[in-house]
Design a protein around this ligand. Structure first.
Ligand code: FAD
Ligand code: NAD
Length: 445
């Protein structure tokens, strides 16, 4: 069948960053593009992920600075949860309409509803059938929920960010990004927070000495961490919930956040019948993001991959597919270095090789800084910060990790040095505005 015999050249399932950053420029090249979305246009990041979370975090970051500057500013800042949640709603409420507008203006046709495959070229949405030459699965992830008695008593991250009143005692299960970010926020807004870890480590992919320091700082502010727990059930009596763990132990809660990870949205799409290979970690793709059925591709979080499942990764993939479909590239996807940050207080961010990986290579040198050695960190009376920069023999930056209140800005500033493999002379040619975090970060190179 020629492409003209299909309704569309490219049809995307899902409308998150794995779709719209590429679908908009693709439609602008004249391709006939459709997007099928079962929920809010824009997907997780704008509606119940990054944008919502960072809005709740803003007063927390301000409070940290104000606390450090006590005596210069007064009184102590008090955070208002209810008003902050309302502010968050104001910030994000127009994003689905805005993104839908961008898609429509570019000529993309939007369909509302849950899509599933009829055959490799046909998607059913309600009573409609839509055909396309190429189909991109960009259906994202959903929260994993512990399958234990009383599971309905626990909640997920979306529900946390919509709470009208902040519960007094919050128990969080899991110790990944969502757990540590939301523990930081809930603690700053005045909740009594307990985090139950499955093992003895949090944020496993981050530099563990920095993670231990983060836990110690949060503990000092009143967060309780209980390690080596197996949560067995939740119960409720007279409005008080109990989290039962390790057979005999319990912790009381007014609200329980199940932050035990997120799983790919692969069920109910008809993938097995078509022969699209996938497993519990996601859809299997080759180096062109093509699934085991040649005209079906995948993009964003739903892909099984070693790259971090983050918005910038999803954007990079959707833009790669746009170039592939527009015919401006035939090359395999070539991921750049992808930085990660946990928006806790302090933040931990990293890029490139980790100090543990570098320790296995004698050609790589590690330079450890106390970031407070830089005068600029005293302007806001930062209390604590460390970073480790990793260099190869020619002094190219090959890795960086930092814990501090400004770690994300430092890692962003260092990104070009690592990705573009700048040599010392090139590093010297780049002049940052002074005095800024970027200029302070660059001094480390
Ligand atoms: C609480 C939270 C905080 C986060 N914070 C950050 C952060 O600070 N920085 C960062 O980089 N990343 C963050 N992330 C991760 C980021 O949100 C994701 O990496 C990103 O949204 C992935 O985009 P995507 O398009 O792959 O998936 P999604 O944005 O999840 O989009 C998938 C879409 O597909 C739709 N869909 C699913 N099945 C179907 C179907 N059958 N038919 C039609 N539509 C369907 C869904 O409704 C959804 O809208 C966060 C995630 C969470 C949960
Ligand atoms: N700052 C950011 O970029 C950011 C913020 C939030 C979320 N995200 C993204 O969202 C996704 C989900 O984040 P997350 O924090 O839910 O997942 P995660 O994978 O980071 O953490 C899950 C945690 O739950 C624990 N766990 C798993 N099963 C468990 C069990 N049965 N009992 C107890 N603990 C268990 C794991 O050990 C881990 O500590 C990730 O892909 C992440 O990239 C990113």
């Amino acid at each position: 069948m020629s492409t003209k015999e299909f309704d569309y050249d490219v049809l995307y399932l899902g409308s998150g960053h794995g779709t719209f950053d590429g679908a908009i420029p693709l439609a602008a090249t004249g391709k006939r593009v459709a997007v099928v979305e079962s929920g809010l246009i824009g997907g997780t990041c704008p509606n119940r992920g990054c944008n919502a979370k960072i809005t709740l975090d803003a007063p927390v970051a301000l409070q940290q600075t104000a606390t450090a500057l006590q005596g210069l500013v007064s009184p102590q800042l008090e955070l208002n949860w209810n008003a902050t949640v309302a502010h968050k709603h104001e910030v994000i409420k127009d994003l689905p309409g805005f993104i839908a507008g961008l898609l429509k203006d570019a000529g993309v046709t939007l369909f509302k509803g849950r899509g599933h495959f009829i055959d490799p070229h046909t998607i059913a949405v309600g009573t409609q059938q839509l055909s396309a030459e190429k189909i991109v699965i960009a259906t994202g992830l959903h929260p994993h929920r512990l399958d234990i008695p009383g599971r309905q008593l626990a909640h997920d991250s979306r529900e946390f960010m919509n709470l009208q009143e902040l519960p007094h005692r919050i128990v969080i299960i899991g110790a990944g990004y969502i757990s540590l970010e939301f523990a930081t926020i809930a603690n700053a807004f005045g909740a009594q927070v307990t985090v139950l870890l499955r093992g003895d480590k949090a944020l496993r992919k981050f530099h563990q000495p920095f993670v231990q320091k983060l836990l110690a700082l949060l503990e000092k502010r009143g967060v309780t961490f209980i390690k080596n727990t197996t949560v067995t059930s939740f119960s409720e009596e007279y409005g008080v919930k109990q989290v039962h763990y390790n057979q005999t132990e319990t912790v009381a809660a007014d609200w329980i956040l199940d932050a035990t990870g997120r799983n790919p949205n692969t069920e109910g799409l008809g993938l097995t019948e078509l022969g699209v290979a996938y497993d519990e970690a996601g859809i299997i793709v080759n180096d062109h993001l093509q699934t085991t059925v040649p005209n079906i591709y995948a993009s964003g979080d739903v892909i099984k991959k070693k790259q971090p499942r983050l918005t910038p990764t999803a954007i990079f993939e959707s833009k790669y597919l746009q170039q592939l479909f527009a015919g401006t590239t035939t090359a395999p996807i070539d991921y750049p270095a992808i930085p990660s940050v946990v928006f806790s207080s302090p933040r931990i961010a990293w890029l490139g090789l980790s100090p543990v990986q570098a320790a296995q290579d004698a050609a790589i040198s590690q330079v450890h800084h106390n970031v407070l050695d830089n005068w600029y960190r005293h302007v806001e009376r930062e209390q604590y910060g460390e970073n480790i920069l990793l260099f190869d023999k020619e002094h190219h930056l090959v890795g960086a990790t930092e814990i501090s209140e400004h770690a994300e800005d430092v890692i962003n500033a260092l990104l070009p040095a690592l990705e573009l493999k700048l040599d010392p002379a090139q590093v010297g040619r780049l002049i940052h505005l002074f005095p800024t975090i970027s200029s302070a970060a660059w001094e480390g190179l």
